[in-house]
Ligand binder design. Structure first.
Ligand SMILES: [Zn+2]
Ligand SMILES: [Zn+2]
Ligand SMILES: [Zn+2]
Length: 95
């Protein structure tokens, strides 16, 4: 399976660099953070109660996220359900 989405993303700076956008608004907690490489949405992972990264991907159809955890360098395509190489252009926006 090959992913055509990762090479096409044009990452933008994180909208909420301090945490999950929805959790910050609601005052809830998260486990790990993920960055949407289409719009800069920061959401929480599927181990978090809110699962806001996945819910954002489903609502927006933005395909590719990257880990927004310090030092982690990987990306995932929701459309293809496959791990993808981290687009180099996203690196400046990660932690
Ligand atoms: Zn893809
Ligand atoms: Zn969240
Ligand atoms: Zn997005």
């Amino acid at each position: 399976m090959t992913c055509e989405h990762a090479a096409k993303v044009k990452p933008v700076p994180p909208r909420t660099p301090t945490g999950c956008e929805e959790c910050l608004t609601a005052g809830t907690s998260w486990v790990h953070l993920r960055l949407c490489l289409t719009c800069g949405h920061v959401g929480c992972c599927d181990d978090s109660p809110g699962r806001h990264a996945t819910r954002h991907a489903q609502a927006s159809t933005h395909p590719v996220i990257a880990s927004y955890e310090p030092g982690e360098r990987w990306a995932w395509c929701y459309t293809d359900q496959v791990g993808v190489d981290l687009p180099p252009q996203a690196v400046p926006y990660l932690r």
